[in-house]
Write a protein that binds this ligand. Structure first.
Ligand code: SD4
Length: 334
């Protein structure tokens, strides 16, 4: 009896040990590979800011916030505000090109490291829609406000009301009206819709995206930029991604969410961006030669990636104390 008890005991404890060994040996490296999350000895490249297109001033503003010890959410908000305030940028904020009826309507969204999200769509007369999106996230029980309701909320929150149609954008629209030809084709070299991701000193990730959308769009049209998983997605355990270009195509493939999920499965940010572009390009009947989509991504370690359909997509990266514009790799090589 005693002997049997002893055998039982040892075989259970041995089994336990064996199980622990198997679990540990399978889990630790796989987990690390799978999610790209950080182990104790690994260093995160931080602070870090990455943003779509040639946006050095926006990235600089975000980097300043981080260098002073600020958090990633404040950084991306401040960064995006720079583009929104620039009347020369014709696809974001003041000076954005209007819809076909002459109305400048803005879309924006923001995500923090807790997985909270706030967005506004089709907002007129309010320049800093990124801050309005943040107010939606922090001050309302909702995640998305549209049009007049969003504008009214902005006024209540003390935002300034102003005419966003600049003389230059009005002139461009009047010239466009002569032919009124709507081609949902994006000029592949002249964007400034900004999607931005940042990692702060704590290693936390936030993201933001702001745009006036496609020039001369139908009234009421909303693109990918303010839609969670489309123009932006952040998962603080994994990383973040942001999109630019023809929003309809990004939305149909839920591009930014896809990239984050691919990184969760073990892809690098670069591989994930390439795979997301491939999903668009390889769709049956895809006319990808006629439009641009570009993605940026960052993982929890601070590794970055970018990829686009056409040449001349670029991104600004602030890392290791330097702010550089970098040309993205792209799909159509000939
Ligand atoms: C949209 N993705 O509304 C935006 C447009 C854009 O650079 O990115 N322009 O579809």
């Amino acid at each position: 009896m005693k002997r049997r008890k002893f055998i039982k005991k040892t075989s259970f404890s041995k089994l336990g040990l064996l199980l622990i060994t198997i679990l540990c040996s399978c889990n630790t490296p796989k987990e690390e590979k799978k999610t790209g999350t950080i182990t104790e000895n690994q260093t995160i490249r931080k602070p870090l800011v990455i943003a779509t297109w040639n946006t050095p001033k926006a990235v600089e503003a975000a980097a300043k916030v981080l260098e002073k010890g600020g958090n990633a959410l404040d950084a991306v908000e401040q960064g995006c505000r720079v583009e929104e305030a620039d009347p020369k940028g014709q696809s974001v904020g003041i000076g954005g090109l209007p819809d076909r009826e002459g109305h400048v309507t803005l879309d924006a969204c923001i995500m923090n490291d807790k997985g909270d999200y706030g967005a506004v769509v089709a907002v007129e007369n309010i320049k800093h829609v990124i801050s309005l999106a943040r107010k939606v996230m922090e001050e309302t029980p909702h995640v998305l406000l549209a049009g007049k309701g969003a504008e009214q909320f902005a006024i209540e929150q003390g935002f300034e009301r102003e005419d966003l149609l600049t003389p230059a954008s009005k002139k461009a629209w009047e010239e466009w009206k002569i032919k009124s030809e709507y081609k949902p084709i994006i000029n592949i070299e002249n964007h400034d819709t900004i999607g931005m991701l940042a990692i702060d000193d704590e290693g936390n990730i936030s993201g933001a995206c702001t745009t006036s959308g496609l020039a001369y769009k139908m009234a009421g049209r909303v693109g990918d930029s303010p839609i969670i998983g489309g123009g932006l997605f952040v998962d603080n355990e994994i990383g973040g991604a942001a999109a630019t270009g023809l929003g309809e195509e990004v939305l149909k493939t839920v591009g930014s969410f896809l990239i984050v999920e691919l990184m969760r499965q073990g892809m690098s940010p670069q591989q994930a961006c390439e795979e997301a572009i491939k999903r668009i390009v390889e769709k049956p009947n895809s006319n990808y030669k006629n439009f641009q989509v570009g993605y940026i991504a960052v993982n929890k370690k601070g590794e970055v990636g970018a990829y686009s359909i056409h040449e001349w997509f670029s991104y600004n990266l602030y890392a290791d104390g330097e702010n550089k514009n970098i040309k993205s790799d792209y799909y159509i090589k000939n």
